[in-house]
Design a protein around this ligand. Sequence first.
Ligand code: AMP
Length: 358
Amino acid sequence: MSLPAGSTIGIIGGGQLGRMLAISAARLGYRTAILEPQADCPAAQIANRQITAAYDDPAALAELAAASAVVTYEFENVPVAAASALVAKVPVYPPPRALDVAQDRVSEKTFLNGIGIATADFRPVDTDDELTAALKAFEGSGILKTRRMGYDGKGQRVFRNMEAGGFAGTCEAMGNVPLILESFVPFEREISVIAARGQDGAVAAYDPAENVHRDGILHTSTVPAAIVPKTAEAARTAAAKILSALDYVGVIGVEFFVLADGSLLANEIAPRVHNSGHWTEAACVLSQFEQHIRAIAGLPLGSPNRHSNCVMENLIGDDVLRVPVLLAEPDLMLHLYGKAEARPGRKMGHFTRISRRG
Ligand code: AMP
């Protein structure tokens, strides 16, 4: 059933993704309530209401449920218990199972492999001895990552052509948390697909974007990606498979490595709107944010067609000083997040340059 205009959509998390969801919700005639501990957050500057409390505060979650006709979230580290408890009171999309799968890199890869989607080889690692054994199995090269709470390349350590041995103290240095060693993927490029699934099971996938990272943070997304049509189709098909397997509602971001032969290994799934999909607001009639609101509100999905080629670039920290120059450019869409302080590594905004579709 579709939500009538004027209904309130609850959003857990008050960052820029919540802000852009709130803008799209408003355009479709909905109100928004944000649950976020930080006052005057980017999303609350746009939303109708902020509940200022921790994401797992039971009273605040009850308040959000009472205020909302449907609840969604803008980041994948929402406590699964909190999201699951909400389901008894109000529909929660995407389903909490998607959070459960995406929050742990081992369960994520196990899930992907289980539905026939290839990933890098991996081994769970809890001790230095397990690390030694896993590195030996991967011929001395791999990436050690925290299983949980990693983002923007944080909590990672690269091993290249190392002799297996002498890793005493590594697990402690990584914080004595559960780890995963992934085999090193010699990828040619990285791409991502933003796809949506509606309450009726319909799926819409945008064209894959080619992503370049700097210091572990997304720098640019370019569309079209320099990949053959077969690779693009495989990425879309994999995203659709993930959506169906999770009985998903809403937008998902799926990141892939592209190998020299054009084949794909899935790297990560993000059960939410995604930074590598910001280009959709400038190069498509319907952005990922509107698509997500349509899905969770029970409205029909829109076409993911792209009318332009584009390059999206993030404005990180002091990059925001470029704004006056950027504003002088034609065919450039600027989006700022309303953050007062430009700290290093902080996402302040992004812009998308569009050009005629070739
Ligand atoms: P992640 O936090 O998993 O998205 O990793 C951050 C970045 O590290 C990715 O975008 C890749 O550029 C690189 N990376 C991650 N995992 C691997 C891997 N198994 N092999 C090679 N590069 C990787």
